[in-house]
Every structure is written in C-alpha cells, then in structure tokens.
Write a protein that binds this ligand. Structure first.
Ligand SMILES: Cc1cc2nc3c(=O)[nH]c(=O)nc-3n(C[C@H](O)[C@H](O)[C@H](O)COP(=O)(O)OP(=O)(O)OC[C@H]3O[C@@H](n4cnc5c(N)ncnc54)[C@H](O)[C@@H]3O)c2cc1C
Length: 374
C-alpha cells in the first residue's frame, strides 16, 4: 500500500523549504520531494542574492506585497539566526532625461507599495554617495541589501527538519492523480517508481512548476501557466574593483529584468548582471561573447571599468510567465479548488523577487493549507 501523508511539497528550493517549515509547524505531516541530490541546487542558488525593497511591481500585486513583507521577515530572520547579510542600500541611476522621468515613476510606485524610505537624488548627491558612479540623477533605496543565500537555504532546511518535515532527495514526482479527496503521486527514485498518497499537494517546482501543474490535470494553456525561460548571465569584475561602489547600483529597469546591474558579494567582490535572454532549454553556460554588451551597458554609469576586467561567472534561469513583449505578470499562488482540484496549490512563475519574498510566500501558502486542514 502507498504511504499516506498530509502535505506533499514538490521542490526544495527556497520556496519549498520555507513552505515546509511553515506547514510543519501547523503540526501537519510534511514530505518534500526533490529530484536533485539535495536542496537549493537550481534557481535559488543562481541569482543576485539581493534583498529587494519592493519598488518595481504594480501596487497590490503579490510581487509587491510579498516582497515588502518578505524583506522585513528576511532581515529579522538573518539578524536573529546569524545569516550573513548587509543592508547596504541601492541606487537606481538615470543616465539621461528619459531615465530621470522613469526614476520619478519608480519613486511613486515604490511609495504606493509601502517602500517609504526612497529618496530621489540629484547628480551631485549621487556623486557624493558613490564617487565612482556617473549619473544624471538617482533613486536611493536604503532598505535594499544582500545576503548569503546558501546559508539561508541551509537554515530553512534545518528549521523545516527540526519542525518535523521529511525530505526525500533524488526523487522526482512524475505523476499526480486525483484519488477521491486525496492525490496519488507517482514518484521515481533510484529503486524505480512508487506511489504516495497526499491530502494536500504544494507545487514549488520552480522551472518545472508549469509541467507539474499539468501533471495534476490543470490545462496550463487555459490557466495562463505556461512558463518562458529567461536566462540571466553574470560577469565578475577583477578584484581591483573590490569596493568600487558601496551600494548596489542598478540602471533603470528593462522589460524582462532589472537591467544589468552592479552587485556585490558580502566580501566586497563586484559582479555585473544579470542580462535577460529568452531561451528554449536550461543551459547554465555563460557566453563569453556577451562580455562586450555587459561592458558597454555598465560603462555608462561606471566609466572606469575596462573590458579585460570582466570574466564570465555563472548563470541562472528565470521561470517567467511573461513572454517576450508581454506586459507584467504576477506570481501565481493558487489553490485550485475552482478548477476542480481541491487541495492542490500551485506556485508558478516564482521569479524575482522570489528569494526576498520566500518567507512571506510561505506564510501565504501556510494560510491556504490551514484552511484546508482545519
Ligand atoms: C538570474 C536571476 C537573478 C535573481 N535575483 C534575485 C534576487 O537578487 N533577489 C530575489 O529576491 N530573487 C532573485 N531571483 C529569483 C529567485 O532566485 C527565485 O524566485 C527563487 O529562487 C525561486 O525559488 P523556488 O524554490 O521557487 O525555485 P527553485 O530554486 O528552482 O526550486 C525548485 C525545485 O523544484 C525541484 N523540482 C522541479 N520539478 C520537480 C519534480 N517533478 N519532482 C521533484 N522536484 C522537482 C527542482 O529540482 C528545484 O530544486 C533571481 C532569479 C534569477 C534567475
């Protein structure tokens, strides 16, 4: 007979880990199925490690609300549990008049989202804060920061386990079938294929979350869940640029990403990226021929850098609901009862600011699960 559990979570990235911890504390029996050998090997460890303030997203969107809430929870959690982080602040820079107008819009957008500490900066004020940066104007976001995502993932994993969640690695969910008021999961591991029965299924499968929703019977075309992969590559700047800036420096945003920006590791090492390239397949290689584009877009606001000081580092892939040329798409965090799947919760399109929002996403899903199990 198949094992029977209260809640099955599919995927052990940052959202699956945070959600496991949140649900386990409701005294539910939680199993997390992860196809890789351990947690956090995909998008959750291939990103900028930025704690976002919540500026960019439309008011009342899940991205805006969960980013602002997640940021506060994340700073609290990092301080309390010694997870390395730094609230160094960020400046979005404008290099011409059009971009200056965009900064004002971002300022208003951020204020509407509850980011109350934003400040518009003149050219001289940017220069005073960041002498190596060239800009016509800036938008300072004091609550933006960076964190050590690996330590965060490890902390969330340990916390979930301490609260009783079980992790099953090297195990891929390959089928989901409704069985009365429960779900029969078909799982594939080294020993072959077996079944597990779950009352609630939470799909935190990142780049595969549309396919997992489809496995359960959701018409992903009709639901608008089809994901587009959007690759983001990073180039490192040589160590002579260590601490060339004291804050994160972002250009005004592009359509598919935040624009190639300047981030810093907690050790002061400077990194450029990510770009935003729609791709068909998952491939984490960095194309060295893109170096020129990184160089020219960054040189606009960091004029002292030289082409030979850039070296390819790594890449991540965004699970985007927004295809090329499409308008804004929000996170999907949906209990699918209206679609005829009570007890199935899909998280689809958890791209940036998913790392920042993870603790708030977990609470949001926790409230859904509590309603289902009470
Ligand atoms: C280039 C880039 C930069 C970013 N920068 C930032 C940033 O600075 N700040 C920020 O807040 N956010 C950022 N993000 C977004 C953030 O990284 C993601 O939103 C977050 O990591 C998503 O976590 P996740 O757990 O949903 O997905 P993942 O980390 O991808 O985890 C999903 C897991 O599900 C598993 N899985 C999939 N299918 C199955 C299956 N069938 N059976 C079992 N397991 C399965 C996978 O193996 C994987 O481990 C960035 C993203 C990218 C790509």
């Amino acid at each position: 007979m198949a094992a029977e559990i209260d809640v099955a979570i599919i995927g052990a990235g940052v959202t699956g880990l945070a959600t496991a911890s949140e649900i386990a504390q409701l005294k539910r029996q939680v199993f997390v199925f992860e196809k890789n050998r351990t947690f956090g090997l995909e998008t959750s460890s291939r990103n900028s490690e930025v704690i976002h303030a919540g500026i960019y997203y439309p008011e009342n969107s899940l991205k805006a609300k969960l980013c602002v809430e997640g940021k506060n929870l994340l700073y609290e959690l990092c301080s309390k549990h010694n997870i390395a982080h730094k609230q160094l602040g960020k400046i979005i820079v404008a290099t011409d008049k059009n971009e200056t107008a965009q900064l004002e819009k971002l300022y208003e957008q951020g204020r509407r989202n509850g980011v109350e500490d934003l400040m518009l900066l003149s050219q001289a004020e940017v220069k005073k804060l960041e002498p190596n940066v060239e800009a016509k104007a800036g938008l300072l976001s004091p609550s933006s920061g960076i964190l050590d995502s690996r330590t965060l993932l490890k902390y969330l994993y340990n916390q979930a386990r301490e609260k009783g969640a079980e992790f099953v690695f090297n195990t891929e969910v390959i089928g989901i079938e409704m069985a009365g008021a429960k779900y029969k999961l078909q799982i594939k591991d080294r020993d072959g294929i077996s079944d597990a029965i779950a009352h609630v299924v939470v799909n935190c499968a990142g780049l595969n979350s549309d396919k997992v929703a489809q496995l359960a019977g959701i018409d992903i075309g009709k639901a608008g869940y089809k994901l587009h992969y959007c690759k983001g590559e990073y180039f490192g700047l040589s160590s002579k640029y260590r601490n060339v800036v004291s804050r994160l420096i972002y250009p005004t945003p592009e359509q598919a990403g935040h624009g190639i920006h300047v981030t810093m590791g907690l050790d002061g090492r400077v990194r450029l990226g990510p770009n935003a390239l729609y791709v068909k397949a998952i491939d984490y290689g960095v194309d060295d021929t893109h170096k020129e584009t990184f160089y020219s877009s960054t040189k606009r606001f960091l004029p002292h850098i030289e082409l030979e000081d850039l070296a390819p580092e790594f890449a991540g892939i965004r699970p985007k609901l927004q295809g090329p040329g499409d308008s804004f798409r929000d996170f999907v965090i949906a209990h699918e009862d209206k679609a005829g799947f009570p007890g199935l919760i899909n998280l689809v399109g958890i791209e940036s600011p998913g790392l920042t929002a993870a603790p708030a996403i977990a609470r949001y899903v926790g409230r859904m699960v509590r309603g289902l199990c009470d």
